[in-house]
Design a protein around this ligand. Structure first.
Ligand code: DC
Length: 226
């Protein structure tokens, strides 16, 4: 039996809207590997904290919440993203909102919150392999990963993608607001003291601005299966 350390890991880090989620899911499915959506863990903690009425700036209370929140991914069938159960409640839809993203970004800056989620993330490394999607997968959680990708795209392009997604869901948003939110989140994620958003020194950066999903998937495959 393979021990976790011998199981190959592909880390896909990058800012919100860089296409990480979509690309990671497609690559994991095509490789038949497990998928870790680490952003969903931070979103789940932010959500649980909100449900308990906690003040997001109360680091101690939020850290305790991160330690006690039960988060489970439940497979929803081929081609469908897993459902995310938070303390027994299916919170999948709530976790995808901009509010949940902003709360996640805020609580993710608390070192004890990040620490509380480390073991859970390492546990996703199972045969035959793992695709790990996040901000610090290649730098902090799986620094020895065999394959590391950093996805970027211009802030304008990322805002446009998000705008289209939300519009398709019938949500009323403006492009200018989304751009402002994306820039604010980038700034917070990249400037925090612990595990800031940055490419690992040994990551291969792919700028996805103007590229189709298929093209990006092919570029990632060229790295994993050259
Ligand atoms: O990838 P996402 O949009 O679901 O992530 C939501 C927030 O969670 C993001 O703004 C910062 C935080 N996050 C993090 O700090 N580290 C990770 N590995 C993943 C997400």
């Amino acid at each position: 039996m393979s021990t976790a350390k011998t199981v190959p890991v592909l880390t896909i880090d990058g800012p919100s809207g860089s296409g990480k989620g979509t690309i990671s899911a497609l690559v994991a499915e095509q490789l038949g590997w497990h998928l870790l959506d680490s952003g969903a863990l931070y979103r789940a903690v932010g959500y649980a904290a909100g449900a308990e009425g906690l003040d997001l700036s109360d680091a101690e209370a939020i850290a305790r919440c991160a330690e006690t929140t039960r988060i489970r991914f439940v497979a929803a069938g081929k081609g469908h993203p897993a459902r995310v159960m938070v303390n027994g409640h299916d919170a999948t839809d709530e976790l995808r909102t901009e509010t949940a993203g902003a709360a996640a970004s805020a609580i993710a800056a608390i070192p004890a919150v990040r620490q509380a989620l480390v073991q859970l993330q390492l546990g996703f490394r199972k045969a035959p392999g793992l695709v790990a999607d996040g901000r610090d997968m290649g730098t902090v959680i799986f620094p020895e990963a065999a394959f590391k990708v950093f996805l970027t795209a211009s802030a304008a392009e990322r805002a446009k993608r998000r705008y289209k997604q939300l519009k398709d869901k019938g949500l009323g948003v403006t492009l200018a607001n989304l751009l402002r939110e994306i820039e604010a989140r980038d700034e917070r994620d990249a400037s925090r003291a612990v595990a800031p958003l940055r490419a690992a020194d040994d990551a291969i950066t792919i700028d996805t601005t103007g590229l189709s999903i298929d093209t990006v998937v092919a570029k990632v495959f060229a790295i994993v299966r050259p």
